[in-house]
Design a binder for this molecule. Structure first.
Ligand SMILES: [Zn+2]
Length: 468
C-alpha cells in the first residue's frame, strides 16, 4: 500500500468522516474483520442483525407492527433467513402506498438521506436511506475493490449516471463535498449521459489527465468508451482494474473492456433501496453477497423461495436501514444463488447471472446513442435525485416505458399515480426528451397500464431502431 493510501485510510478518511458526519472508515474497518468469517460465524452475525432489526420494526415501524399483528406472529418467530417467508414481500407499489407507515417512529433520533430510484427500472419510487446503510454500502465498495488490488486513497475515474454521479449543481469545487471527493475518495466523476464521439473524447482527456488507478462505471458506458479508444487507436491509462455496476455486464462488454484497458473487469451489483450489495472477487465466478449487510432470497413470481441454483426475483432485506426498513424487498432484478461457495475462501454466497437492467441503447436520428440506464438522466435532466423537487416528480409516475419504433421516433408511456394527471402534467419529460432527440417525433401518452414483455419482464425501454 502506498504512503498516500495509508495516510488516507487511517488519517484523512476518518477526519473526512467526522466533517461530513459519515462513517465509511468505521464501516470499512468492520467489514475487513468479517471478510473471512467462517460460514457459521457469518450466519450468526446475520441472524443477530436480523433479530435486532425485526424487534425495532415491531416496536417502532407502524407498517411492520401491523404486518406482524395480522399474521399473529412476533419477531421471536423469525430467527434466521429461513424463517423470513413468514413475512410478506415488499414491492415498490407497497412502498409508494405505505410510505409514511414505513417510516420509523423514532426517525428524529436517526440520520438519513432522501433517496429516489426508478430511472433504471421504470417504476419510480422514493425512500429514506439510513446513514448506517449508506456507510456500509460505501465500505463494501472499498472492500470489493480491494479484491482487485485497489486501495483506499488510489485514484478512481467514474463514468456513470445518476446513481454514481450526483447532479447537485449547488456543490462548488471548494465545498467540503467536492474536497472530500477529490482528496479522500479521490474519485473523478463524469456524467455518461452523453456518449457521442466528441463527449467520449472529453471523457478520455479528463481520464488521461487524472491518471486513475482504476476505472468505474456503467457497463454500457465503459463499453462505448473502450470501443471508441480502440477505433481511434488512443493510448489507454495503465489501470489495475475496471469496476462495472448498475446494469447487466454482457460478456461482449467484459471482453471488449478487458482487451482495451488491458485489465480485469470486476462486476458489482447494488441498490440503495433494499441495501443490497455484491462484488466479484478475483476468481470471477459470481458476485459475493454482502451477508453482513443484506439478506438475499430468491423467489418465484408467486413468492415461494427457490432453492439455490434456480433463477427468480431477488428479495433483499437491508440489515442496517432502521429509518425506513426494507424487508424482503423485491428490487426488480432476477438472479440465482450458486450452489457452491467460492474457491477464494470467502464464505459469502455467490450471486449468479443477474438478469434485469439490460444495457441497451436508444439512438437519436444523428446516430447519438443513449444507454437505457441513463433514461432517468434524460427524463429528469439537470435535476439532483436527492432533491425533494425531483422526488415529487418521481412520485407522479407509477410506471413508465420508452418505446423507440423502427424509424427512430419515440413514444413515452406513463401510467400516472393520479389518474386525473394528463399529458400536460408531464410536459417537462416531453421537453427533455425532445432536446435529446431533435429530429425524432416524440410523443407522450398517458396509459392505464404498461404492457409486460412476453418474457414476463417489466421492461422500461423497448427499441426496434438500429441506425447501423
Ligand atoms: Zn470469491
Amino acid at each position: 500500500m502506498s504512503l498516500y493510501s495509508t495516510i488516507d485510510r487511517f488519517v484523512l478518511m476518518p477526519i473526512g468522516d467526522k466533517l461530513m458526519r459519515r462513517n465509511i472508515s468505521g464501516a470499512y474497518k468492520g467489514l475487513l474483520k468479517t471478510e473471512f468469517c467462517l460460514e457459521a460465524e457469518l450466519k450468526e452475525l446475520q441472524n443477530n442483525k436480523l433479530k435486532n432489526l425485526l424487534r425495532h420494526c415491531y416496536t417502532s415501524v407502524p407498517y411492520y407492527r401491523r404486518v406482524f399483528d395480522e399474521r399473529h406472529i412476533t419477531p421471536d418467530d423469525i430467527k434466521s433467513r429461513e424463517d423470513l417467508y413468514k413475512l410478506p414481500i415488499l414491492t415498490k407499489k407497497d412502498v409508494r402506498e405505505h410510505f409514511d407507515e414505513l417510516i420509523s417512529g423514532d426517525i428524529n433520533k436517526r440520520k438519513y438521506l432522501n433517496g429516489s430510484t426508478g430511472g433504471s427500472t421504470g417504476t419510480p419510487m422514493r425512500f429514506l436511506e439510513d446513514i448506517s446503510s449508506w456507510n456500509i454500502l460505501r465500505g463494501l465498495n472499498f472492500r470489493g475493490w480491494s479484491w482487485a488490488g485497489f486501495n483506499v486513497g488510489e485514484k478512481l475515474f467514474t463514468l456513470g449516471g445518476n446513481s454514481l454521479v450526483s447532479k447537485n449543481h449547488k456543490v462548488s469545487p471548494f465545498s467540503a463535498k467536492a474536497l472530500y471527493d477529490r482528496f479522500i475518495m479521490r474519485n473523478l466523476k463524469r456524467d455518461c449521459t452523453d456518449i457521442t464521439d466528441p463527449a467520449l473524447m472529453l471523457h478520455y482527456k479528463a481520464m488521461m489527465k487524472f491518471r486513475p488507478t482504476a476505472i468505474r462505471g456503467y457497463a454500457s458506458s465503459l463499453f462505448f468508451l473502450a470501443r471508441y479508444l480502440e477505433q481511434n487507436h488512443l493510448p489507454v491509462p495503465k489501470v489495475k482494474a475496471v469496476f462495472t455496476t448498475g446494469e447487466k455486464l454482457h460478456s461482449e462488454y467484459r471482453l471488449k473492456i478487458e482487451s482495451v484497458f488491458n485489465a480485469k473487469v470486476f462486476d458489482g451489483y447494488g441498490a440503495a433501496d433494499g441495501g443490497v450489495s455484491a462484488h466479484e472477487c478475483a476468481i470471477h465466478d459470481g458476485l459475493h453477497i454482502a451477508e453482513e449487510q443484506c439478506i438475499v432470497e430468491i423467489a418465484d413470481n408467486a413468492g415461494n423461495v427457490l432453492p439455490d441454483g434456480e433463477t427468480g426475483n431477488i428479495l433483499t432485506t437491508d440489515l442496517s436501514n432502521y429509518v425506513f426498513p426494507f424487508i424482503r424487498y423485491k428490487v426488480g432484478d432476477l438472479a440465482y444463488i450458486k450452489k457452491e461457495l467460492c474457491s477464494c475462501g470467502r464464505k459469502h454466497r455467490l450471486l449468479g447471472d443477474i438478469i434485469g437492467r439490460e444495457g441497451r441503447a436508444i439512438y437519436n436520428k444523428q446516430g447519438r446513442p443513449f444507454s437505457s440506464i441513463v433514461i432517468d438522466n434524460m427524463m429528469f435532466k439537470d435535476l439532483d435525485i436527492h432533491s425533494s423537487q425531483t422526488q415529487r416528480l418521481y412520485e407522479k409516475m407509477e410506471r413508465f416505458q420508452i418505446r423507440q419504433d423502427k424509424f427512430g421516433d419515440l413514444t413515452i408511456l406513463i401510467k400516472p399515480v393520479d389518474p386525473s394527471d394528463s399529458e400536460a402534467s408531464f410536459g417537462y419529460v416531453l421537453d427533455n426528451f425532445r432536446s435529446f432527440f431533435p429530429d425524432s417525433r416524440v410523443v407522450l401518452k398517458i396509459v392505464d397500464d404498461i404492457p409486460t414483455l412476453p418474457s414476463g419482464k417489466e421492461d422500461y425501454c423497448v427499441s426496434d431502431y438500429n441506425p447501423a
